[in-house]
Design a protein around this ligand. Structure first.
Ligand SMILES: NC(=O)c1ccc[n+]([C@@H]2O[C@H](COP(=O)([O-])OP(=O)(O)OC[C@H]3O[C@@H](n4cnc5c(N)ncnc54)[C@H](OP(=O)(O)O)[C@@H]3O)[C@@H](O)[C@H]2O)c1
Length: 265
């Protein structure tokens, strides 16, 4: 029997969190190009509306905008309610924030916000949409982690730990939901050319190798969905991730810390 098409497997609707910029906006563009209707979620409504107009004009797909602060209590439940009438076949669990510098120098509220957005929200989204996908017996979920989650990340300790959480969550769900027809892919990008790293003081000239463009990062993820549980875009990033498994954990942590210090100072 021929393999079902991408829209048959993951359509008709996809929900993309963090769709107002960077990797999330690119997911929305590539999914619309593959014929999926998309729900765009982030805080900056103007940007989402502009992207919605672009996608409708370029690809002729239906687009819904949900302006939401996913770090707020109740936001995920409100989103689940808002899209309850749509037949969602794919969740792109992408919204996230990074944070550089020594943990003890940050306010407790900033650290709490990071955990709410990078851990609590993806968990609640995976749970809420996961139940619906299992009930319909077909669909997919992408969880955006980071190569920063493969080892401790000094000078970005909370971010690295949050991405380790996303990584392990995604890899576990790939096993748990595989028998239910739901493909779960964890995407672990390395440095990628978006607003994210720049907003937290990363100097792109000091990043080892080159920041990847969002296009190939998202293409690699969508090509891997349904075929693999983990995608690390870029040969250099894959080699670095493998290296963390070959040395003692503290050696990996110190090496990652040296890189973080260099790119942020
Ligand atoms: N760029 C990299 O080097 C890199 C590497 C590895 C992993 N990642 C991961 O990739 C994902 C996307 O990051 P990016 O690089 O594309 O960064 P980005 O351009 O800053 O995008 C982050 C997205 O998350 C949204 N967001 C932030 N806070 C939010 C909140 N409270 N509620 C709802 N949405 C919120 C932002 O929209 P609003 O501001 O409009 O809300 C934006 O759409 C993140 O999970 C990040 O950890 C990035």
């Amino acid at each position: 029997m021929p393999r079902a098409s991408f829209p048959e497997r993951y359509g008709p609707w996809a929900v993309v969190t963090g769709a107002s910029s960077g990797i999330g906006a690119e997911f929305a563009r590539q999914l619309a190009a593959r014929g999926l209707a998309v729900v765009l979620v982030a805080r900056r409504r103007q940007r989402l509306v502009a992207l919605a107009d672009e996608l409708a004009a370029t690809h002729g797909v239906a687009v819904e905008v949900v302006a939401s602060d996913l770090a707020r209590a109740g936001a995920v439940d409100a989103l689940l309610d808002e899209v309850s009438a749509l037949d969602v076949g794919l969740l792109i669990n992408n919204a996230g924030v990074s944070l550089k510098g020594r943990l003890v120098d940050h306010d407790a509220a900033v650290l709490r916000h990071l955990v709410e957005l990078n851990c609590q929200a993806p968990l609640a989204l995976a749970h809420g949409f996961g139940r619906r996908l299992v009930a319909r017996g077909r669909g997919g979920m992408v969880i955006v982690a980071s190569t920063g989650g493969f080892q401790a990340l000094p000078w970005s300790a909370a971010y690295g730990a949050s991405k380790g959480f996303d990584l392990l969550l995604g890899e576990a769900l790939a096993v748990e939901l595989g028998g239910d027809g739901v493909d779960v892919l964890t995407l672990a990008p390395g440095g990628t050319d978006t607003e994210g790293p720049m907003n937290t003081g990363v100097d792109p000239r000091k990043v080892p190798g080159k920041l990847m463009a969002v296009g190939p990062v998202v293409r690699a993820a969508l090509a891997g969905l349904g075929r693999r549980a983990l995608v690390i875009p870029g040969a250099g990033n894959r080699a670095a991730a493998l290296a963390t498994r070959l040395v003692p954990r503290q050696v990996a942590a110190r090496a990652a810390g040296r890189i973080m210090r260099r790119v942020t100072s």
